[in-house]
Design a protein around this ligand. Structure first.
Ligand code: SF4
Length: 330
């Protein structure tokens, strides 16, 4: 592994030529499994080394007590999921965690805070964190809630490579999951991020009780952005006790694989990331996800508050599959 190498984000993508209808995406979901995976794999190989995977490590820089009511999230102040509120970490602690992630092979470090939106004071610390992590030679990503114009300007000036803001689900299902903001708020923040010249990381969560049409609707929203996000995390709901979705019906793992494949086909040049829910997945399902075009994972034992596979397990799986981390190849 090469330390101290700088992997800055690739240039922002050109606008996508293809616009997808929800019906067209639903038709992809309904293809015979082998046909869907074949098509996804063909698309994947046109744009990426199929054996390479990008590793992102996520750190919660401020945990719990969030004033939003996202039904899946243990950090919401509306739910009683037993997450301990923690004030913002200091810059030194964040840099230490980033160095450890880099040593373990991660090339992107994502800093997440449980806020509806950051305050001016919060932003001062975040800007320092972004600069410090970038100085290590890692790509930087942040997820801080909604952003105003002044926030994106500050983050851009600090050199932030990616901003994560998930659409979560289709507009038609959004109100079932969150009531403290609306879909347009999400789109507005993403638009500001895009206009500021920061790469967009945006995806969603499946397994929240959405219909197939609504799952297709989420992918349509993402794929029809002009341009679509550079990074697309696809999360499988982690059902946390004390959240409104703790008893959601389990998604068939093959439907999760199908979602990855459809994201790959409709957003051919995006990094499609296997995100939350991977800890509960067998190696075989993860292998199918890679075959379906996933080429990024969250790496490290902890996501924001839920678990993730151990680094050793991931290394073993990648070895078994003959796959290698992006940072070790470049
Ligand atoms: S997902 Fe984010 S915005 Fe929603 S409650 Fe959790 S921390 Fe807050």
């Amino acid at each position: 592994m090469k330390a101290q190498t700088i992997y800055f984000a690739r240039p922002i993508q050109a606008a996508n030529a293809e616009q997808w209808s929800i019906a067209g995406i639903e038709a992809l979901f309904k293809l015979p499994f082998a046909d869907l995976l074949y098509r996804a794999q063909q698309t994947h190989r046109e744009h990426f080394d199929p054996n390479e995977v990008q590793l992102s490590t996520l750190l919660s820089i401020k945990t719990g007590g969030c004033s939003e009511d996202c039904g899946y999230c243990p950090q919401s102040a509306f739910h009683s999921a037993g997450v301990e509120d923690r004030k913002m970490l200091d810059v030194a602690a964040v840099v230490q965690a980033a160095k450890a992630a880099q040593q373990a092979g991660a090339d992107r470090f994502c800093m997440g805070a449980a806020w509806r939106e950051p305050s001016a004071e919060d932003m001062q610390s975040v800007v320092e964190m972004v600069k410090a992590v970038r100085n290590l030679g890692m790509e930087t990503c942040a997820t801080l809630g909604m952003l105003r114009e002044e926030h994106v300007t500050q983050l851009r000036a600090a050199g932030l490579d990616y901003y994560n803001h998930n659409l979560d689900t289709a507009p038609e299902f959004y109100g079932e999951i969150i009531s403290t903001r609306d879909y347009q708020d999400r789109l507005d923040t993403l638009e500001r991020v895009r206009r500021a010249g920061i790469n967009v990381c945006s995806g969603g969560i499946v397994g929240m009780g959405e219909s197939l049409t609504q799952r297709a609707g989420l992918i349509a929203q993402l794929a029809n952005m002009q341009p679509y996000p550079e990074s697309v995390p696809i999360n499988n709901l982690v059902k946390v006790e004390g959240t409104p979705l703790e008893n959601a019906e389990e998604l068939d793992p093959l439907d999760f694989v199908r979602t990855i494949a459809v994201a790959r086909i409709t957003m051919p040049r995006a990094r499609v990331r296997l995100s939350a829910g991977r800890q509960q997945m067998s190696d075989a399902v993860q292998a199918l996800c890679f075959l379906a075009g996933a080429n990024s994972i969250f790496y490290g034992e902890q996501l924001l508050t839920t678990g993730n596979p151990e680094v050793e397990r991931d290394r073993t799986l990648l070895d078994k599959l003959g796959m290698y981390p992006f940072a070790e190849k470049h």
